[in-house]
Design a protein around this ligand. Structure first.
Ligand SMILES: [Zn+2]
Length: 405
């Protein structure tokens, strides 16, 4: 009798256990976003972009592609602006759509819409740009904790111009960007292996973004159909501009080398639409994961600033690049945004632990003799979480500390 009751109880509970597992591992919002990605629409976007012909920055065709993107963002009801930039005698516009969140943090999904002189750029980077437009459509029906920006950069092929001006201005304004997810060349695949693998490249501080993407595959793998190849430090696209200013970012890149890259044959015939759709699903799921994530600690080194020359404590000049130059002692200042109590901030010089500050304002001084390239890293420790940030600088300090004290 008892046994029967037990069996009945188990039978009653099993269906709930099952449904609990499914909803525990999934989330309807993300599934909805993934299912909103359509191969047909990606094809339409990419075909439209390549049909403008080669569209290098500064050309009429490039402006026309920019306008096409602008109008699509508007069509999906997103707050859309042009961000005009000028660098080394070249002028261009980035196109930005914003989905406002509830916090002061921003997450960026980006691609570049300019091509090289001879190429219609269906893969480089019509593929990433098409996914950006797809994202505009599927994200426009949802809300997120953090602000999402979809940015189509220009000037990439000239040397990451559009994104470097953007990242610098964001840095100067103190914008709190959690991550830039850059898609550049994400549509070429001819083999089975190529069609099921995507490269995700980050620097050391940014590996958590790849972890987030892997998490999406662990939970929604059947709906995405990709595996991740983790890579380190591929600098060749716009995410690098964000890394240069101390932000974190990831670069999505196709697994197989595209032999039509930067040639007149970079056309829609050589873009694998089902592969592009898979990558786009993963990118949007990852973006959404970051846009809804808890931000426990957000650490930034605010002194010395990037893109400036210091004489000891004093900023004497701003530079036209992200480089930092320090004459004399290095004085480091850290700013922390945190939802938990900060216990301490540890400082590292060229990877070696050098000191701790337990009180706000968190500061550290490096007074030893130093020449040329060095790197300072600050790691804030809270009750349960930690977050680091680092700055690279060129240092000229010929006066040892004991001369002055
Ligand atoms: Zn590219």
């Amino acid at each position: 009798m008892k046994k029967i009751v037990f069996v009945i109880l188990i039978m009653l509970v099993i269906p709930y256990l099952h449904s609990y597992n499914v909803s525990g591992g999934s989330n309807d919002k993300i599934l909805e976003l993934i299912n909103g990605v359509s191969e047909e629409e990606l094809y339409h976007y990419d075909k439209t972009i390549q049909d403008f012909g080669p569209h290098p920055t500064g050309s009429e065709e490039c402006n026309a592609v920019g306008e096409f993107i602008y109008n699509e963002f508007i069509r999906y009801g997103l707050n859309t602006t042009y961000h005009e930039w000028r660098m080394k005698g070249l002028e261009g516009k980035n196109v930005i759509a914003t989905i406002p969140g509830e916090t002061n943090f921003t997450v960026i999904l980006s691609a570049h819409y300019d091509s090289v002189d001879v190429s219609p750029g269906a893969d480089d980077d019509g593929s990433g740009t098409s996914c950006l437009l797809m994202a505009a459509k599927v994200l426009s029906n949802h809300t997120f904790r953090h602000t999402i920006k979809l940015i189509a950069f220009s000037g990439e092929e000239n040397g990451l111009y559009g994104s470097s001006v953007y990242a610098r201005e964001a840095y100067m304004k103190g914008e709190k960007i959690l991550a830039d997810i850059q898609l550049d060349g994400v549509g070429h695949a001819v083999s089975r292996e190529g069609g099921s693998t995507i490269r995700l490249s980050t620097n050391g501080e940014s590996t958590w973004i790849t972890d987030m993407a892997q998490n999406m595959i662990d939970n929604y793998g059947n709906h995405i159909g990709l595996k991740i190849l983790r890579q380190r430090d591929f600098a060749g696209s716009d995410h690098q501009s964000f890394l240069n200013y101390g932000y974190e970012g990831v670069f999505f890149l196709e697994y197989e080398f595209n032999p039509y890259y930067h040639s007149p044959q970079d056309t829609i015939e050589h873009v694998n639409m089902s592969y592009l759709a898979k990558v786009c699903k993963l990118a949007i799921a990852t973006l959404s994961g970051v846009a809804d994530k808890d931000v426990n600690i957000f650490t930034r080194i605010v002194k010395p600033e990037r893109g400036a020359i210091y004489f000891g404590d004093r900023k004497i000049m701003e530079l036209n690049s992200y480089h930092t130059i320090v004459f004399g002692r290095i004085r480091v200042g850290v700013e922390i945004t945190s939802g938990e109590k900060i216990r301490r901030v540890d400082f590292y010089f060229d990877g070696e632990y050098r000191g701790t500050d337990e009180e706000n304002p968190y500061e550290y001084e490096y007074g030893n003799i130093a020449f040329f390239k060095h790197n300072i890293r600050a790691v804030a420790h809270g009750e349960t979480n930690e977050d680091g940030n680092e700055v690279e600088m060129t240092v000229f300090n010929i006066i040892p500390r004991y001369w002055l004290s």
